[in-house]
Design a protein around this ligand. Sequence first.
Ligand code: INI
Length: 158
Amino acid sequence: MAIYEGSFTDTASLKVGIVIARFNDLVTSKLLSGCLDCLKRHGVDTSESSNNLDIVWVPGSLELPIAAKSIINKSKYDVLITLGAVIKGDTSHYDVVVSEASKGISKLSYESNIPIIFGVLTTDTMQQALERAGIKNNLGWNYALQAIEMGSLIKNLN
Ligand code: INI
């Protein structure tokens, strides 16, 4: 019998790509800080000279899938993290953005065989989004942990 699971310590060579939306950047930049803090504390080189980390900014969450696809084609990553914040407000655009971003990212992950963490907050209000991006808890941290676990798992299974 073989049991496979991700490692949180075997991170020295883990190559991580982060694709992040500028829309609601008050929220997304906080998610990024939490994410980088977690990666660094788990041994991923997050310095400016790192060869194991790239960060790509896009206008909004709708653009996350195409940018993720482009960087996958450009370089070899063990895992990607997508970060965004879609806040409901009064617009029906919300449903389109959430649905297209999540479908595009899942499809890309499945087809490329590279885990892609869906770090897109979907909330009714800015207050709820800020609470999840650091006022109460920073989910950026959780997304990074999930990335380390899935990146190392799929790397070992391949
Ligand atoms: N993009 C987001 O990331 N969050 C939002 O809440 C949002 N809303 O509400 O409209 C949003 N829209 C922009 C969208 O992602 C695209 O950038 C835009 O439609 C251009 O393609």
